[in-house]
Design a protein. Structure first.
Length: 354
């Protein structure tokens, strides 16, 4: 028994040690500070000089698929792009400050397989902090962005699609646009998106299918805009055969203040949201507009803009919207009447539903 306890303790300590950015024996490292950086692989020096970006890229270019780079140094890459090719593991342990390169990511991985970014801390004002397309088996871990503008993580619209994307905890503060914006992903698994003081959406899913998200938590997200802590748009959740059988599962959405809380629009759906906790949203706490097979299975709305089912004429009306919800200090309105709407409402909200 005692031996077993010691063994499990040792194993626990080992797994703890590996759960640190840069721990163990990375195949390549970037060290230094100020205007002196070194990229090394084993005893070979790949780069030494004042250019932080060049040091990082040299380290990345020195490893092969399946190997790992740990960037221990903090510095600024300026308005430039770091590129990660297939199978490489990138750990940003220092703070990587970035600039704005139009249309580009500060860090990109394009048309790749099996890239992992277990840790990253980014500051600055990027066009896109991280940019992806054409990825397969991409894995993002603990990603912290404390930005002064820009968009956090973006999967491109007009480029090849992605499959099997995983994210652990994505924590974005201060983005001017969205914290996380996806297009064209089949197979997405996110534990948490935490968005604070973000200009547009916390999590925006578009043309994304077979998704699961544990938590989207927004505070002061989308203030003064029509965006939302959690937004689904542009045929999100529509299966390749055109139907809307449920394939997007969201455990919880929390939103305080900001613009909208939950927003489904432009022929999206196939979604179950298990629970919401929305308060004092500056725009609709919930807006569902031309969406199909959307369930909200429980939770509360307190105050904020009205809970609304609406429709624009350009797309077919809402259908198969099932909502079980407690709404207080607010109103609930369905206009026009959807097809097969099922409300189970409690709370003191004024109701104008069909
Ligand atoms: C985020 O960055 C700003 C500077 O842009 C800094 O003032 C603030 O302390 C940082 N916040 C955290 C929590 O690190
Ligand atoms: C998110 O990141 C900020 C720094 O930008 C930090 O202060 C905050 O504690 C983080 N929140 C979570 C939930 O990790
Ligand atoms: C909604 O999704 C559920 C679960 O996949 C499915 O059983 C149901 O048929 C769908 N409803 C419609 C009308 O698409
Ligand atoms: C309505 O809002 C007030 C003020 O925010 C709050 O004290 C009260 O608990 C809310 N009512 C309900 C039923 O939640
Ligand atoms: C409406 O939803 C409730 C709660 O999910 C369910 O019990 C009920 O059967 C549904 N009503 C119809 C007509 O489908």
């Amino acid at each position: 028994m005692a031996q077993y306890l010691i063994l499990t303790t040792v194993l626990a300590l080992l797994s703890f040690a590996q759960a640190q950015c840069g721990s163990g024996s990375p195949h390549a490292t970037v060290t230094g500070s100020g205007n002196s950086f070194t990229a090394a692989r084993g005893s070979s020096t790949m780069y030494t000089g004042s250019d932080y970006r060049a040091a990082i890229q040299a380290a990345l270019d020195s490893i092969s698929s399946g190997q790992r780079v740990a960037v221990m140094a903090s510095g600024s890459i300026g308005a430039n792009t770091i590129s990660i090719s297939s199978g490489k593991i990138f750990e940003g342990c220092g703070t990587i400050n970035v600039g704005n390169k139009a249309g580009r990511g500060a860090i990109e991985s394009l048309n790749t397989q099996g890239v992992q970014i277990p840790y990253l801390t980014m500051t600055g004002n990027p066009y896109f902090g991280l940019r992806f397309y054409g990825t397969r088996d991409l894995s993002l871990g603990k990603i912290t962005m404390n930005l002064s503008g820009g968009l956090g993580i973006r999967f491109d619209r007009d480029n090849p699609a992605n499959s099997n994307v995983k994210m652990d905890v994505i924590n974005v503060t201060g983005a001017g646009s969205h914290a996380v914006e996806t297009w064209n992903i089949d197979g997405l698994n996110i534990n948490q998106v935490i968005a604070r003081d973000v200009g547009e959406s916390g999590l925006l899913l578009q043309k994304t299918t077979n998704a699961w998200v544990g938590l989207v938590d927004g505070n002061n997200v989308a203030t003064g805009t029509g965006y939302a802590t959690f937004r689904m748009a542009n045929n999100n959740g529509q299966n390749p055969n055109g139907n809307y059988n449920t394939n997007v599962y969201i455990d919880k959405v929390v939103s305080r203040g900001g613009g909208r809380g939950v927003f489904c629009v432009s022929q999206s759906g196939g979604v179950v949201i298990e629970n919401v906790d929305l308060a004092n949203n500056g725009n609709n706490a919930i807006l569902i507009e031309n969406c199909y097979n959307v369930s909200i299975r429980g939770g509360t709305v307190n105050g904020g803009g009205e809970v609304r089912l609406a429709a624009r004429t350009e797309f077919p009306n809402n259908r198969d919207i099932w909502i079980t919800l407690t709404v207080n200090n607010n109103s609930v309105r369905e206009s026009p009447c959807g097809e097969n709407t099922n409300w189970t409402l409690t709370g003191n909200a004024q109701k104008s539903i069909c």
